[in-house]
Design a binder for this molecule. Structure first.
Ligand code: ARG
Length: 544
């Protein structure tokens, strides 16, 4: 169930398509449109956990002219990891009562609602509905279906509910969409039923329109298994994450949105692999399209966190076993020192616990100041062992101090042990461990000049894959010797008179600086060793 920004409802047809009423979007016409806002996943439209999307295409029922055919599809720019409402394909459910829902007026003429309301409305036959007179006399029997309390009224959809679904369970206990809220005279009046688009009559048309917009709803429900949230480290190849589609016709074609930079999905196997190149938290959606005609789609979404590589001094492991007796709380500690500043927003805690019933366990990370972060809270039932890397936003915590992994066994009879755990407080992109000097320094003929970058507050040694980006303007780079000088005076030659008469150096050098403390003044030294050509240091950057 979704709320649309123009004040209508809608139902999830596929992860990217919302089925609504044509009269909700007829002012937009069929074609690209980014004007519809979509709110999903909440009862309270102001719930901060709501999911929002923006339309990128609107498809209005062909031939819609305000009379019947009141359906439309809205495509959203990013899939929504939502269950889908299947469409009725025959009249077998046209009896008894239906459920309707929406944020529309709760009484005729009343205001729109903040909280989703639902109601049950009895089926009314076409003949009886048409007998209501007025506009009802023009009821299109195949295209419209009526529902409401004929004799007493009192229950109905109303203004703002349009586009929302009317649905009921089938014999297999699945929810099936039978109608789309369309119109009525007033709301909830006796002898004036609600009129709904008869979904089963349009199910094929909706499917073919959907196929042209990315995929028709799978009758069996094409689903993609969710591999769960992922955690990786910059610069370290991920262990391949595979995805499994079911319910459609193999082979599937795979695509993904939102993957961390450096990762890609194989379109034929659905396996994600690669090496992340930057830190962050990424919302990934993986979509499978099947081989049926028309094609069907399914997708799943999860979060992928990429943390910075462990920085010496900012990560620590405790590999000493700690037994977890029944109904006890135990702790294992690691002490961090030499990690300046706060921990990263993408800190990780890799936990290995041996225990035959992890539903017994509450696992928390306790910061030096006593703040606790719950990592695992009695989920998993009778599953064995926890072997998981949790990503935690620890950006409000000073990194230095004693960190504790606290494990509580909260139910009788199973015991185990903390095997080992590793804390990586990151350095959230390590901004203080990088610097740039953009001030030009002239390189006169036959001279040696320098440019410096001073780093402080950057603990520990530099990385073995530190980089130095050098931009030098010079008309004969075979004249130049370019050297990085560490704070302690150690020199690393980056360029030694190669390149002959070529112009300019615009190169990023990777240097193993793991024996160098980061803090201090780093120098780029440029010697012009032959007569005739001059230039300047334009800028240089250091990332340790
Ligand atoms: N046309 C209305 C809308 O745009 C829906 C009216 C439904 N009325 C009724 N009595 N069932 O929201």
């Amino acid at each position: 169930m979704v709320r649309l920004s123009m004040g209508c409802g809608g139902a999830m047809y596929t992860q990217t398509l919302i089925l609504t009423a044509a009269h909700c979007v007829d002012n937009l016409g069929t074609g690209p449109s980014t004007s519809v806002g979509v709110t999903w996943g909440v009862v309270d439209l102001q719930d901060p956990t709501r999911t929002t999307r923006t339309s990128n295409y609107v498809h209005i029922a062909p031939g819609y002219n305000g009379d019947g055919k009141d359906w439309a599809l809205i495509r959203v720019s990013q899939p929504i990891d939502s269950p889908l409402l299947k469409l009725a394909t025959d009249t077998s459910l046209h009896s008894g009562s239906f459920t309707v829902a929406g944020w529309g007026a709760a009484v005729q003429g009343g205001p729109q609602q903040r909280y989703l309301l639902k109601a049950d409305v009895p089926f009314i036959t076409d003949t009886q509905c048409a007998s209501a007179g007025g506009s009802y006399s023009g009821l299109i029997f195949n295209e419209e279906i009526c529902a409401g309390n004929w004799t007493s009224g009192g229950v109905d959809t109303c203004q703002g509910d349009s586009g929302g679904p009317m649905f009921k369970r089938n014999a297999a206990n699945e929810w099936i969409q039978v109608g789309i809220t369309s119109w009525g005279i007033g709301c909830a009046q006796p002898g004036r039923p609600g009129v709904y688009t008869e979904v089963r009559y349009f199910a094929n048309d909706i499917c073919s329109a959907a196929a042209s917009l990315g995929g028709c709803q799978s009758s069996g429900g094409l689903t993609v298994g969710n591999p769960g949230n992922q955690a990786s480290t910059v610069g370290t190849a991920v262990s391949a994450v595979s995805h499994v589609a079911s319910g459609g016709t193999a082979p599937y074609t795979w695509s993904a949105t939102g993957l961390p930079a450096g990762l890609s999905i194989s379109s034929s196997t659905g396996v994600v692999s690669g090496t992340p190149t930057s830190t962050g938290t990424f919302s990934v959606t993986v979509t499978a399209t099947d081989s049926a005609v028309p094609a069907r789609v399914g997708s799943t979404s999860y979060t992928w966190t990429v943390s910075s590589a462990p920085i010496p001094g900012c990560s620590a492991t405790n590999g000493t076993d700690v037994t977890i007796p029944d109904l006890s709380t135990v702790e294992s500690t690691v002490a961090v020192s030499g990690c300046a500043g706060n921990a990263s927003a993408t800190s990780t805690v890799a936990v290995s616990i041996i225990h035959p019933y992890i539903g017994d366990l509450v696992v928390s990370l306790v910061a030096p100041d006593g703040s606790a972060y719950v990592l695992h809270n009695r989920s998993g039932g009778s599953a064995d062992n926890i072997d998981t890397t949790y990503t935690v936003n620890l950006s409000s915590e000073a990194a230095n101090g004693t960190w504790r992994l606290r494990v509580q066994d909260a139910a009788a009879s199973d015991t185990g042990r903390i095997d080992s755990w590793t804390l990586n407080l990151g350095g959230g992109g390590t901004p203080s461990c990088a610097g740039t000097n953009g001030t030009d320094v002239a390189i006169p003929d036959l001279s040696t000049v320098t440019s410096t970058i001073a780093l402080s507050g950057c603990a520990g040694n530099a990385s073995a894959t530190s980089t130095v980006t050098v931009n030098i303007i010079h008309t004969f780079i075979g004249d130049l010797v370019v050297t990085l000088v560490a704070p302690d005076g150690s020199t690393y030659v980056l360029h030694n008179r190669s390149g002959g008469s070529a112009d300019n150096i615009n190169t990023t050098y990777t240097v193993n600086l793991s024996s160098e403390a980061r803090n201090g003044t780093w120098t780029l030294r440029v010697q012009d060793a032959a007569t005739g050509d001059v230039g300047r240091i334009d800028s240089w950057s250091l990332s340790l």
